[in-house]
Write a protein that binds this ligand. Structure first.
Ligand SMILES: Nc1ncnc2c1ncn2[C@@H]1O[C@H](COP(=O)(O)OP(=O)(O)OP(=O)(O)O)[C@@H](O)[C@H]1O
Ligand SMILES: O=P(O)(O)OC[C@H]1O[C@H](OP(=O)(O)OP(=O)(O)O)[C@H](O)[C@@H]1O
Length: 313
């Protein structure tokens, strides 16, 4: 089938074609019942149960396609959106709008230097060589830094043309640049810090905090469908973030228990077939559930049960 000729009337949804964000993005689509079959090596897949086509693109390119309105929806990292905006500032009609924080892909774009080396603070890197895959953000960062330490005295702002610090773009493995003599410092992503540590580097500043986000163009082809898909994805994220907790408790202890488990909106309280006891059903954030169970047990709750949520709306 000639896929490109089947795109007419379909909402285009960009998904990372590889890398750190891809699997979690595909899991979100599956959880939202967006059904598709991707033919081997094809970067377009038609969705069977909605008028949507998925477009598999590098995470770094997704803000361009969405920002220019060529693609309606996309999943990428906030770092990539900031990088795109550093090079191509949004206008009234262009630029991507953030719809949802997707709760995965947390990382930080950090300024890094060799550990125990001569550079201790960001200003020590002024006029030096910096390697990065985020040339736009790094240029802006050093423009601001140079303005602070040099231009501030004269009141001048520094433009990229006057920048003394040399920003060198590298496509990957940026952490090797200092050891190989290409750079004095780097601007690269850090999550666990393992890569940075293994390369003998340390972070001296953070440029951007990032997470995966759902973005939309400013004038999508089918705004209702955009809202419907965003709603479904929101439901899947809420389901991943929360568990349900049910417990029995004497009615007189309910005010204390409600403080421990206020719920997303409010707890559901039902009378038990035993005088003065009630059953409580409530959503609790997954990361807090162990502490919440301890607190409920100390408060006098019994039969505390926890369950996963398959989906939510
Ligand atoms: N270590 C990490 N932990 C969490 N998220 C990360 C990490 N590294 C990157 N990301 C996120 O994933 C996005 C894509 O990065 P990734 O390195 O997977 O890209 P890629 O498309 O495979 O490109 P490349 O070929 O340059 O590696 C980043 O923009 C960032 O938002
Ligand atoms: O702090 P950590 O958990 O070690 O993760 C950080 C590393 O992850 C990313 O690279 P990736 O492995 O995606 O490959 P790349 O260097 O080719 O971009 C990033 O560029 C770092 O190198």
């Amino acid at each position: 089938m000639d896929l490109v000729n089947h795109l007419e009337g379909r909402l285009l949804f960009a998904v990372p074609k590889k890398g750190r964000l891809q699997q979690a993005a595909l899991d979100l689509l599956a959880g939202s019942d967006i059904q598709f079959r991707r033919d081997h090596r094809l970067d377009i897949a038609l969705v069977k149960n909605h008028p949507i086509a998925l477009v598999f693109l590098p995470a770094a390119d997704i803000p361009t396609f969405v920002g220019e309105g060529r693609v309606d929806l996309g999943i990428t990292g906030r770092d990539q959106i900031c990088e795109h905006e550093a090079v191509t500032p949004p206008t009234e009609d262009t630029g991507a709008e953030e719809v949802l924080d997707l709760g995965f892909g947390s990382c930080q774009l950090q300024v890094q230097v060799p550990k125990n080396g001569p550079y201790k603070e960001p200003k020590d890197l002024i006029g030096r060589n910096i390697s990065t895959s985020f040339a736009g953000l790094s240029t802006k960062y050093f423009e601001a830094l140079e303005a602070q330490y040099a231009g501030a005295a004269t009141g001048d702002s520094i433009t990229s043309k006057q920048l003394r610090t040399k920003i060198k773009y590298l496509g990957g493995s940026v952490e090797a640049a200092c050891a190989l003599g290409v750079a004095d410092g780097i601007v690269d992503l850090v999550e666990s810090g393992e890569t940075m540590k293994a390369a003998g580097l340390e972070a001296i500043d953070t440029v951007v905090e990032s997470k995966a986000v759902l973005i939309r163009s400013k004038h999508p082809s089918n705004p209702e469908l955009v809202d419907k898909i965003a709603g479904r994805i929101k439901g899947v994220i809420a389901a991943q973030r929360y568990v349900t907790c049910t417990y029995n408790i004497p009615r007189k202890l309910l005010p204390t228990a409600t403080k421990i488990t206020p719920g997303k909106r409010a707890p559901t309280v039902t009378a038990l077939d035993e005088p003065n006891w009630v059953a409580v059903n409530v959503m609790v954030e997954k990361v807090k559930i162990a502490t919440v169970m301890d607190d409920l047990a100390s408060c006098g709750a019994e039969d505390i049960l926890v369950g996963n949520i398959a989906n939510s709306r």
